[in-house]
Design a protein around this ligand. Structure first.
Ligand SMILES: [Zn+2]
Ligand SMILES: [Zn+2]
Length: 112
């Protein structure tokens, strides 16, 4: 009788391990899929953040975010990304649309 109980306990333990082996990889795959999706999304976000142009959300004009800009913090005129001054490291969250003046928000910031 005692040995039967022991076998039963061993079976319960084994089935727990079997259940873990059978189902554990599902959670692993789900986590892996989420990680890959997050990675791809962050890459897409990075690609948009470093794209040389973006679209004005108001008038749909092409707004250049790579070129010659005057830093409003140190007054230096530099060529490069509109989002960061290479001299004083000031960061900018938007570029005014040259056509309608609406703030074109940095793509890797904000809600999108
Ligand atoms: Zn515009
Ligand atoms: Zn600056």
């Amino acid at each position: 009788m005692k040995s039967l109980l022991r076998v039963g306990a061993a079976l319960v333990g084994l089935s727990a391990v079997a259940a873990y082996v059978a189902v554990g990889w599902v959670a692993g795959i789900v986590l892996f899929t989420f990680a890959v999706a997050a990675f791809v999304l962050s890459l897409a976000r990075l690609a948009r953040a470093y794209a040389p142009t973006m679209r004005c959300s108001s008038c749909n004009a092409t707004v250049s975010v790579y070129g010659r800009f005057r830093c409003s913090a140190c007054r230096a005129v530099t060529e490069g990304s509109a989002w960061r001054c290479p001299l004083c490291s000031a960061e900018y969250q938007f570029v005014p649309c040259p056509q309608c003046g609406v703030a074109c928000v940095r793509p890797d910031r904000g809600s999108s």
